[in-house]
Design a protein around this ligand. Sequence first.
Ligand code: TXA
Ligand code: MG
Length: 330
Amino acid sequence: MTARIEAATPAAIAAAAEALRSGGLVAFPTETVYGLGADAGNPDAVRAIFAAKGRPADHPVIVHLHDASAVDAWVRTFPEGARRLADAFWPGPLTLILPRAAHVSNAVTGGQDGVGLRVPSHPVARALLATFGAIAAPSANRFGRISPTTAQHVADDLGDAVALILDAGPCSVGIESTIVAFVGAEPALLRPGAIGVEALTRVLGRAPRAADTSAPRASGSLASHYAPMTRATLAAPGALHVEILSRQERDESVAVLARAVPRPVDFAGSWIAAPATPEAYAHDLYANLRTLDAAGADEILIEAPPSDPAWFAVQDRLVRAAHRNDDDRD
Ligand code: TXA
Ligand code: MG
């Protein structure tokens, strides 16, 4: 079986819905990253996702819904704070972890008491959800790799493990959804994303608790989850040129993800000047890391972005990309 990339026409979306009905897997675009979808009500189909990704079976997957009115069928309670976040940010890049209804399969929840729900805003995702119904989908990458933001990224990673990839060009947000859990005493931020802490706080009336080690398991929270193959290192802007020089002195090649720092005139390797704003930076981030990964350098040097809260979600992904520890690599 070879992956078929198809433009997301109405006919291709109908074919994708048909594949889901027969228990198959389909990759589709969302506003954050591409997802690898299966029928959320079919545990065998959901289990096939884990095989395709090479992901441990006890990791939960997000159930994507067409609209918030479908939430009640998946949960025991829809807490007031979660309701307010859904009203404010759905459809959009927000996932809510809520107490699961009894019928929700362990294949979806990884055996946990919460179920992750998200109503995406991408028109192709929405058309597929309107045609088919609830779709369980993690990011459409091999487990532990960088999330895909184009159809070609999906094909590069999953190749023959997925029959159909709906192509709608690059994802607009570019990093995974913000995740807020409502399973403990207080709402907890499990994964930062495009919807920032300030926006969540405004709607909730208080800041969500930071995720701690007792929080529900999220594979995105494993320290090395978003690592490229090439060793990656963060460098403060003021230290970037010195760091490059020290590699050159050791005859090591580097590929650089810069932002504000200019390229040295004599630098011969791969160099990407990333966009200045956090939104544009996030939009390009995973494609940039894939490009630099493919450059075959000994190391990727990444200019650390500002420590401003607006950069929180990007910071989170970069710190994980730069963290390589085989003990906690998944
Ligand atoms: O933007 C996104 O959220 C993308 C698109 C495709 O929607 N999806 C995505 O899925 O990033 P995934 O599986 O790659 O990351 C979802 C994270 C995982 O770390 C998973 O462990 C966590 O959410 N998660 C999902 N359901 C959960 C649950 N019931 N309890 C705790 N964590 C959960
Ligand atoms: Mg993922």
